[in-house]
Design a binder for this molecule. Structure first.
Ligand SMILES: [Cu+2]
Length: 660
C-alpha cells in the first residue's frame, strides 16, 4: 500500500535496492485481476553461487477458470452448490449416511456448517508455466537443475511430488534453508520453494502438483524418454475429515461478522471456539509426561519436541503440534541456516488474530471483523511484533504480509525459518514474529484471493507519513473493497407456478425481491430490506402483497411487514414477523443436498389473526393461515436445474429453475 495502482495505459517504474536474492513473484492487487493472470516470476541471482547445480528452471503454478472472476465471487456469495458438484467433491446426504457419518453430519449442522471444506472453486485447469502438461526435454542426463517453484494461484494450494530420487529442498519464500531431501511437499498460495533435482540417466523426471482437494493435477517433465513417475498423493476424504473433526469435538461457527465490531472479544472468541482442550493441563509445571498417553482420537502431541529446559515461553513461543489431521502441514522441515531469533531485550508486542469465516455468506474476517469494519493495526518500529494466528475455520489460510519476512516459530526454535507467507491449517494456531524495520502501511491478508476480497485482511501501519503519490488512494478505499454489493437471482418456470427471486447484498445490507404466481390465480410478492446484526441474525422490513381469497385475484391485500430472520442451529432459516394488521407469522425453511446433484427443499409458514385490526367474520374469534411447500431440485448445469414441488396454494408441478 506504498505505491499507487497503475492506471490502464500508463507505466510505473519500481525502483528498489536488491538486498537479497531468491525466487519471488509479482501480481496485481487490484480487485480480482490476479485470477485473470496478471502475475509473473521474479528471480534474483545470488552474487556468488554457493549451491551446486548446473541449470535452473522456474515452474509457476496457477489455476485457471473460464468464468469471469467476478462471477466466481458472485457464485460463492450466493452459496451455490455448483462448484462442489462440478468438482466431484460434494458430500450429499446419501453418501454421508452410506459411510455411517450421519452423527458427524448432524453435529456439523448443529454448528451451522454444511461439512468439511478444502477448496471452494471449480477450475477448468491447473497450470505450470501456462500449460497443463509442461515438457522440458532439453535437459541432459546427470544435470542438476534448480527448480524455482512458485504458487501463483488465486485460490489453489498444491501437493507437489517428484519422480526419481527425492530432490533437495534448498530455499523457501526466496530465502535459503538448511538443505533437506524431501519429496512430498505442500505449497501454499504465494509460497515459493526451490529444489535441486538430478535429471535421470534414462527417462524423464515427472513433477506433479495436485490441487489440495484432489480436483485436478498439473505436470512438468524434465528430460527425455520413459517417465519416472512421481508418487501420487491420495485425494482427501471430506466425509472422513468431518468424522474426525466431530470426534475431536471441535467448536465451530465463530462469528465472521460480529454484532459489535468495535468491541474487543478476541480472547473470549479464542476461548469459546476451536479445539476443546479437554483435561489438558496447560500449566507446564504440572505437565506429567507419564500421564500424557492420550486416547488415539484426541490430540496427538509430539513429546520429543517438548523439552522443558527450552520452554522459555516468553522468548520462544511454543508451537504445539496440533491434531493428527493436520500433522502433514507443519513447517518443521524448514530450518534457517542462521539464527533468526531477536535479542532478548527487544520489546515484544503480542497480537492475537483469530481467523474467522462464514461459508453460508462467504464472508471472511479476523476476530469476527472484516477489513471494511476495522482500523489499521499499529506496528511499532524497532520492536518485535508477535502475532498468534488462530484459525477458527474449516479451511486453510495462507497468510501473507507485505514488506517483511517474519519468523514462523517451529520446532527449530532459534533457527525457525523466515517466510513471507504462512499457511494456517484448519483449527490450528501458528505464531509468527517480525522486527519492525520497514516503514509505511502494509497489507496483511489471506492469499486465497476470494478470502481476501471477502474481508480476511488487515492494514499494518507504522503510522509514518504516506507517500504523496498515494493522496488519491486513501486506505479506506482499499478497505471498502471487501464490502461491495453482489447481486444474483433465480427464476422458476413450472407447470403450476412461476417464481422470481432477486437478492443484492453486501456485508451488512441486503435487498430482496420475491414474486410467486400460481396459474390457479394465487399470488404472493414481497420486497424487503434486511440488516445483518451478525452472521446469523438480521432484522427486516418491507411490503408484502397477497391475494385475499383463494384462487382469485379479485382482492389483493398489501401489508407492511417487519421482523427478524435467523439462521438457527441445524441450518434452518427462521422468519418471525408481524404485519400492519398485527398478525404474527412464523416461518421455517431448509434445503439439503440429498443425492449427488439433487437438493430437497421445504418451507412452512403459519400466520395467526386475532382480529386486532380488521374484524374477523362473525362467530370466529381467531383466524389462521398455513402455507407450505416441499420439492426437489436437480442441477443440470451452473445456471439450470430441473425442479418439482408441491405447494398448498399452487398445487403440484414441475419445471425449470434458472440461476442468473
Ligand atoms: Cu483464507
Amino acid at each position: 500500500m506504498t505505491t499507487p495502482p497503475i492506471k490502464a495505459g500508463t507505466t510505473f517504474t519500481y525502483n528498489f535496492p536488491i538486498n537479497h536474492s531468491g525466487t519471488y513473484w509479482y501480481h496485481s492487487h487490484t480487485m480480482l485481476q490476479e485470477q485473470s493472470g496478471v502475475f509473473g516470476s521474479i528471480v534474483i541471482q545470488p552474487k556468488e553461487k554457493a549451491l551446486d547445480y548446473d541449470k535452473e528452471l522456474v515452474l509457476m503454478l496457477s489455476d485457471w477458470t473460464n468464468e469471469k472472476p467476478k462471477d466466481v465471487m458472485r457464485t460463492l456469495k450466493r452459496g451455490s452448490e455448483w462448484y462442489e458438484i462440478k468438482k466431484g467433491t460434494s458430500t450429499p446426504l446419501n453418501q454421508v449416511i452410506g459411510r455411517g457419518a450421519l452423527g458427524a453430519q448432524i453435529d456439523f449442522w448443529r454448528q451451522r456448517m454444511e461439512g468439511a471444506d478444502i477448496a471452494d472453486i471449480y477450475y477448468s485447469a491447473f497450470l505450470i508455466n501456462g500449460k497443463q502438461l509442461a515438457e522440458y526435454p532439453n535437459f541432459k542426463p546427470g544435470e542438476k537443475v534448480r527448480l524455482r517453484i512458485i504458487n501463483g494461484s488465486a485460490s489453489t494450494q498444491f501437493w507437489m511430488t517428484f519422480g526419481g530420487e527425492s530432490p533437495l529442498l534448498i530455499s523457501a519464500d526466496g530465502l535459503d534453508v538448511t538443505p533437506v531431501k524431501r519429496n512430498k511437499t505442500f505449497i501454499a498460495i504465494a509460497e515459493t520453494y526451490d529444489f535441486i533435482v538430478t535429471i535421470p540417466q534414462s527417462g524423464k523426471l515427472e513433477f506433479r502438483a495436485m490441487a489440495q482437494d484432489g480436483s485436478g493435477t498439473t505436470f512438468a517433465y524434465l528430460g527425455k524418454g520413459e517417465t519416472l513417475p512421481a508418487p501420487i498423493v491420495e485425494k482427501p476424504d471430506k466425509i472422513a475429515m468431518m468424522q474426525e473433526m466431530a470426534r475431536m469435538k471441535m467448536k465451530m461457527g465463530a462469528h465472521a461478522l460480529k454484532f459489535q465490531p468495535k468491541k474487543d472479544e478476541r480472547f473470549e472468541m479464542k476461548e469459546e471456539y476451536g479445539m476443546e482442550m479437554d483435561g489438558m493441563e496447560m500449566d507446564h509445571s504440572k505437565m506429567d509426561h507419564s500421564k500424557m498417553e492420550m486416547p488415539k482420537d484426541s490430540m496427538k502431541m509430539d513429546h520429543s519436541k517438548m523439552d522443558h529446559s527450552k520452554m522459555n515461553m516468553k522468548n520462544e513461543p511454543m508451537q504445539m503440534e496440533g491434531m493428527g489431521m493436520n500433522s502433514e502441514y507443519t513447517y518443521d522441515y524448514l530450518k534457517s541456516p542462521e539464527k533468526t531469533s531477536y535479542s532478548q531485550d527487544t520489546p515484544v508486542t503480542e497480537i492475537l488474530l483469530n481467523l474467522t469465516g462464514n461459508m453460508n455468506r462467504y464472508i471472511w474476517s479476523m476476530n469476527g471483523v472484516p477489513l471494511s469494519e476495522t482500523d489499521n493495526i499499529k506496528i511499532k518500529g524497532n520492536e518485535v511484533t508477535r502475532i498468534t494466528l488462530n484459525n477458527l475455520t474449516m479451511m486453510h489460510h495462507p497468510m501473507h504480509l507485505h514488506g517483511h519476512f517474519f519468523r514462523v516459530i517451529n520446532k527449530n526454535g532459534e533457527y525457525s525459518p523466515l517466510k513471507h507467507t504462512v499457511n494456517v491449517p484448519p483449527m490450528e494456531e501458528v505464531t509468527i514474529e517480525f522486527y519492525g524495520d520497514a516503514y509505511g502501511d502494509w497489507f496483511f491478508h489471506c492469499h486465497v484471493l476470494y478470502h481476501m476480497m471477502g474481508g480476511m485482511a488487515r492494514v499494518f501501519s507504522y503510522e509514518t507519513p504516506r507517500d504523496p503519490r498515494m493522496e488519491q488512494y486513501p486506505v479506506s478505499k482499499i478497505m471498502n473493497e471487501a464490502n461491495h454489493f453482489y447481486t444474483w437471482g433465480t427464476a422458476d418456470v413450472a407447470s403450476h407456478m412461476a417464481e422470481l427471486n432477486l437478492t443484492s447484498s453486501n456485508l451488512r445490507n441486503q435487498f430482496n425481491v420475491m414474486a410467486e404466481y400460481g396459474w390457479n390465480q394465487n399470488l404472493e410478492a414481497e420486497v424487503t430490506y434486511e440488516r445483518y446484526l451478525h452472521d446469523y441474525l438480521r432484522i427486516f422490513g418491507g411490503v408484502n402483497v397477497e391475494n385475499e381469497t383463494e384462487d382469485s385475484l379479485d382482492e389483493i391485500e398489501t401489508t407492511a411487514i417487519a421482523g427478524i430472520r435467523y439462521l438457527t442451529p441445524y441450518l434452518f432459516n427462521l422468519d418471525v414477523r408481524i404485519d400492519n394488521k398485527l398478525r404474527p407469522q412464523i416461518g421455517l425453511e431448509r434445503e439439503i443436498m440429498i443425492f449427488p446433484r439433487t437438493l430437497a427443499f421445504g418451507m412452512i409458514e403459519y400466520q395467526a389473526d386475532f382480529g386486532l385490526v380488521d374484524d374477523l367474520p362473525t362467530g370466529i374469534n381467531y383466524g389462521d393461515e398455513l402455507t407450505w411447500n416441499a420439492g426437489l431440485e436437480y442441477f443440470l448445469s451452473k445456471n439450470f436445474s430441473l425442479m418439482a414441488s408441491y405447494d398448498n396454494r399452487f398445487g403440484a408441478g414441475g419445471g425449470l429453475s434458472i440461476r442468473f
